[in-house]
Design a protein around this ligand. Structure first.
Ligand code: NAD
Length: 475
């Protein structure tokens, strides 16, 4: 079995303890990785602080950082095939999807390379006796805690704008899928950034993660993960009023209007809830269908779900892959059992196929809006369907959870479709295509889905603070 390392102060480092990583397709151990402790975390923080204090990232002309960013993007593309194999092995996802994570990561570096030399302040007119201008300054040391569902692309989503803006970064990789991220960080670290710009630690969230977010050298926190962990991190951040970006969970609803195109809806449901086995923060986990179309859509959704090929990520025929861990599989199955006990109806799926791997069959349930399964995040291949009668009712149900990450509307009449879309409480709204958008479009939540925006031009402003200079002129 291959053994992977942490990256601290420009060196790959082993640790006395190791973590064993499973292959979700067969439940067997596939690799080990050095398990960092809080001393490693302290070393990583010192290295990042030294990088910032020495000015190697910040005192250079920004065009220099553009060059490093573009070199990193090229290097990430070069490791995409090897990284895809590792991502598929450790996470269970389709090989192609694991490769796409690297391509997306490269795109983040290209995109934010384009902004690294365009963080321009403003001159503010105050009359002839003053000169006033603003400057954007990086926070300093950015601690970034990454989840296991898209470890490579989510890592790059925060790492790229942070480096482009001149921050040094300490990354805490997830315990479940920490391996492919080492290839991403190797590609970035070898692209010319000064030593200490990036550190990567695989450590337990409850020890190393908690230590990093409360660390006195932490200037900014970027967290992507569950609500409960986000809340714990925010409590730690309160101690030093550390600026934070929180990308948390969701329970996102699609609203199907009476004139929606059936094929468009079914295509979006397929990707919306079954891509990455539903382990997607922005998954379409609720489908609200106008009563006049409910039976037709229900039959088509069930037929599509039952036709999905369930199999391992390294088989190109597979359309639904295993969940990333045994724990996640058991959690999803227990939420389905609880839903059935509460009165939800099983339309299809709801069980674990007979396999050593961590599979859950594609599942469609019918449930009332107030049931737990219709309000809580499952993070698995489980769609909840329900009918509605009026647009007002659809909006009330869609907005009726504490989350607000994404939402969607399907319909052909522009006024009606946009009318519903504008009333949905979410950070982004998809219209006639779930997951429409890209790295160029701002992404983030409302309510328990978090705050701050990643992706797009807006995100880079999460990685800087404005300083205003007001100068009194003697005239
Ligand atoms: P998680 O909260 O269990 O873990 C996320 C990370 O936090 C891991 O690296 C973990 O080690 C670390 N961690 C745990 N306890 C910590 C602590 N006390 N202090 C610091 N770090 C700690 O989440 P997960 O199970 O890895 O990911 C699934 C969740 O992430 C889902 O809720 C999903 O919706 C959410 N998610 C959100 C987005 C988004 O962009 N909004 C994207 C992907 C996943």
């Amino acid at each position: 079995m291959e053994h992977y390392l942490n990256y601290i102060a420009g060196r790959w480092c082993d640790a006395p303890k190791a973590l064993t990583v499973d292959n979700p397709a067969d439940g067997r151990p596939c690799a080990t990785i050095a398990l960092a402790d809080t001393d490693d975390a302290d070393r990583a923080m010192r290295a990042a602080r030294a990088c910032i204090s020495g000015g190697a990232l910040t005192d250079v002309r920004p065009a220099e950082r553009v060059g490093w960013m573009l070199a990193a993007a090229r290097a990430i593309r070069e490791v995409a095939d090897e990284g895809a194999r590792i991502g598929c092995m450790e996470n269970g996802k389709r090989l192609q999807d694991a490769r796409d994570e690297f391509i997306e990561a490269a795109r983040y570096f290209e995109y934010y390379a384009g902004m690294a030399d365009k963080l321009e302040g403003t001159a503010i007119p105050l009359g002839k006796n003053y000169l006033d201008f603003t400057e954007y300054r990086p926070h300093g040391v950015s601690v970034q805690v990454v989840p296991w569902n898209f470890p490579v692309s989510i890592c790059a989503r925060s790492l790229a704008p942070a480096l482009a803006a001149g921050n040094a970064v300490v990354i805490k990789s997830p315990e479940i899928s920490p391996l492919a991220m080492t290839l991403l960080v190797r590609a970035v670290a070898d692209a010319g950034f000064p030593a200490g710009s990036v550190q990567l630690l695989c450590g337990e969230g409850s020890t190393v993660g908690a230590h990093l977010v409360a660390h006195p050298e932490t200037d900014q926190i970027v967290f992507t993960g569950s609500v409960a962990t986000g809340q714990a991190i925010l409590r730690a951040a309160a101690g030093r009023a550390t600026p934070s970006v929180m990308e948390l969970g969701g329970k996102s609803a699609a609203v199907v209007l009476p004139d929606a195109d059936l094929a468009t809806v079914i295509d979006s449901v397929r990707g919306g809830i079954f891509f990455n086995a539903g382990q997607v923060c922005s998954a379409m986990s609720r489908l609200l269908v106008h009563a006049t179309r409910y039976n037709e859509v229900k039959q088509a959704v069930v037929a599509m779900a039952e036709a999905l090929v369930v199999g391992s990520g390294d088989d190109p025929r597979s359309e639904l892959t295993p969940l990333a861990s045994r724990r996640q599989q058991q959690q999803v199955l227990s939420m389905i059992d609880a839903a059935l006990a509460e009165g939800a109806t099983r339309l299809t799926g709801g069980y674990a196929p007979d396999s050593e791997g961590y599979y859950v069959a594609p599942t469609v349930l019918e449930a009332a809006p107030e049931m737990a399964i219709a309000r809580e995040e499952v993070f698995g291949p489980v769609l909840v369907m329900m009918p509605y009668s009026t647009p007002e009712q659809a909006v009330a149900i869609a907005n009726g959870t504490e989350f607000g990450l994404v939402a969607g509307v399907f319909g052909q009449d522009l006024d009606a479709t946009l009318g519903v879309a504008r009333r949905l409480r979410a950070g982004q709204v998809f219209i006639n295509e779930w997951f429409a958008g890209g790295i160029e479009t701002p992404f983030g939540g409302i309510g328990l889905s978090g705050f701050g925006r990643e992706k797009g031009q807006e995100a880079i402003y999460s990685y800087v603070q404005t300083c205003n200079f007001a100068l009194r002129l003697r005239q």
